[in-house]
Ligand binder design. Structure first.
Ligand code: OAD
Length: 238
């Protein structure tokens, strides 16, 4: 694919970009997410049924963030963010903080963030490092036991959809990295971008059914493919 004459880039990332950092992807070979059914830990209904289980699940994942580091793919996207003079939006489905720790800033978390807590009493969102299972006070309103993980569960509305749609409509290049394309609306972004005139590139460990929507698919590890692609796109647009 020719990467010259590109101005606006939208990049969608999924769990595959963090896999080489040691963060588990969502859909394991057994169909479970770290031993749990997705309905139990990633739906409002699951939370209503067993809030303690859900809080402990996300507390454990939040605590584990301190044990993982960004990998070469996160670093390459941070380099692109720094050096790219045109428009760029990195839309991540990931709730980890590895993109920002690598230094990316033109970034949004469409499925929320582990390091944020959402108060069901006052609706405020607060940066959060510790546990939620022990029912802490909301830093904004002071009410105890009302904070939940600021994660978009199935059946809830992803964040910043209008901003994402605008960026997709203006994109000259849409790049998808390490996502299975199983979850909408993110899975449909390639079609929106392509319909609006963008070239489309996918990088993933395995070919998927959705690969047919892309102009080009590169198969391999994100930690190898992404740095090579960033080099290529920067060289084509000096
Ligand atoms: P998935 O676990 O569904 O898919 C991860 C993809 O990454 C798979 O296609 C793998 O083949 C690929 N992969 C694995 N290791 C890789 C590597 N080293 N390099 C490149 N690719 C690799 O994760 P997502 O597509 O991100 O939603 O899942 C989408 C959403 O489903 C998540 O955001 C989450 C989940 O339910 C919410 O939490 C709302």
């Amino acid at each position: 694919m020719d990467f010259s004459d590109i101005r606006n880039i939208v990049i969608l990332t999924g769990a595959g970009i963090s896999a080489e950092s040691g963060v588990a992807t969502f859909r394991g070979p057994d169909g479970l997410w770290e031993g749990h059914r997705v309905e139990d830990v990633a739906t409002p209904e699951g939370f209503a049924r067993d809030p303690a289980l859900v809080q402990r699940f996300y507390d454990a994942r939040r605590a584990r963030l301190h044990e993982v580091e960004p990998n070469a793919a996160h670093a390459a996207l941070a380099r692109l963010d720094k050096e790219w003079k045109g428009g760029l939006l990195i839309v991540t489905q990931n709730v980890d903080d590895l993109h920002e720790r690598a230094g990316a800033s033109r970034l949004l978390h469409m499925h929320g963030e582990l390091k944020s807590a959402w108060c069901r009493a006052c609706d405020a969102r607060s940066p959060w490092q510790g546990e939620l299972a022990n029912g802490p006070d909301c830093p904004t309103c002071g009410v105890a036991g009302k904070l939940r993980p600021d994660i978009v569960w199935f059946g809830e509305m992803p964040y910043e959809m209008e901003r994402i749609d605008r960026a997709l409509m203006e994109a000259d290049l849409f790049v998808s990295i390490g996502t299975s394309g199983a979850v909408y609306p993110a899975a449909g972004y390639v079609q929106t971008a392509r319909y609006c005139g963008a070239r489309t590139l996918e990088m993933n460990l395995d070919p998927r059914q959705g690969s047919i929507f892309f102009h080009e698919t590169r198969i391999g590890k994100a930690g190898e493919l992404v740095p090579a692609w960033v080099e290529e796109v920067l060289a084509a647009n000096p």
